[in-house]
Ligand binder design. Structure first.
Ligand code: SF4
Length: 302
């Protein structure tokens, strides 16, 4: 079912001179979609309620863990609510999302409270929020490409024998992540690349820097915390795998041949809260940019 479309490079003047982790994942998901969005600059508005909720939570946690100020709980509640209202304004909701929008409005302040009370985040020294990375990537083919990223949260924590710097990324999720996802090299590549390039620009010893995902659960069990810190092992093998993913994907992006991944056109799943069937389609599905007929889609098992 997969097919390759060949295009002549450079397109749209020139290829971009930087690449981000989300671009690597987009390319992996569907090379043709990456080409349409990143090389041709075609819009693909994929705003969604979970994304807008995640964005409001992120900005509130930035304030909660600011290196410069300690806002009160009331100020943080207000911050979340106004960011959330602004984000969801004008968003087209599916019928089942109307109730969910209200539930998430109430949940936001709990997640922020749980983050501030999280045992792994006690005694930390916040250093930086949204740390921008734009670091040259060493290539053997002469391509001048930089790695672009924003580290959600950098903090220091005194352990028994030394102080460790944590490079952390906030992730909103439904129940949490299964162990397999926390060990998935392509998932972990994000935080490992952030750590790698952070050490490169600061000169920090990688042994003194840890990588972590801070999981923010949207459906925590009754009485449970909605926040946990998941440290990601960063040994030489996993780091090499992340760097190989980066380098191999950049090579593919500059190849001029892009695969249409028909298995990514339609995604189907079962809503974990309501148990109803859900479906999401690629915005280019059956458009002039990507006409198609027989598309099976992919379903997650019940
Ligand atoms: S419709 Fe399918 S093949 Fe086409 S760009 Fe989207 S995911 Fe790729």
């Amino acid at each position: 079912m997969a097919r390759r479309e060949v295009v002549r490079l450079p397109v749209a003047g020139q290829m971009r001179d930087h690449v981000s982790y989300s671009e690597l994942r987009l390319f992996e998901q569907c090379e043709w979609k990456w080409y349409l969005v990143k090389a041709l600059g075609l819009g693909a508005d994929e705003r969604s309620l979970p994304m807008e909720f995640g964005s409001a939570i992120h900005s509130t946690l930035e304030k909660a863990f600011s290196p410069d100020a300690t806002p009160s709980q009331e100020e943080l509640d207000l911050e979340f609510r106004s960011a959330y209202e602004k984000n969801v304004e004008g968003l087209e909701l599916q019928p089942h999302e109307v109730e969910e929008r209200e539930r998430l409005r109430e949940l936001g302040p709990k997640i922020v409270r749980d983050a501030l009370a999280c045992p792994d985040l006690q005694g930390i020294r916040p250093m930086k929020n949204e740390l921008a990375l734009m670091v040259p990537i060493a290539r053997t083919d002469g391509l001048d490409v930089k790695f672009k990223g924003f580290v959600d949260f950098v903090y220091a924590k005194r352990l028994k024998t030394k102080t460790v710097i944590y490079i952390a990324d906030f992730k909103t999720c439904t129940w949490g992540w299964p162990a397999a996802k926390l060990m998935d090299p392509k998932v972990c590549a994000q935080i490992l690349l952030y750590k790698h390039f952070f050490c490169k620009i600061t000169g920090a010893n990688p042994r003194d820097v840890s990588a972590a995902f801070i999981l923010l659960r949207k459906t925590p069990r009754e009485g449970d915390s909605s926040v946990s810190v998941e440290k990601i092992g960063a040994g030489p093998k996993v780091l090499q795998s992340a760097l190989d993913f980066l380098q191999g994907t950049i090579t593919g992006m500059h190849s001029g041949e892009y695969r249409k991944n028909r298995e990514s056109c339609v995604r189907r799943w079962v809503d974990p809260v309501t148990k109803e069937d859900r479906e999401a389609r690629c915005p280019f599905f059956e458009t002039t940019e990507c006409p198609s007929a027989d598309v099976p889609g992919v379903s997650t098992p019940r």
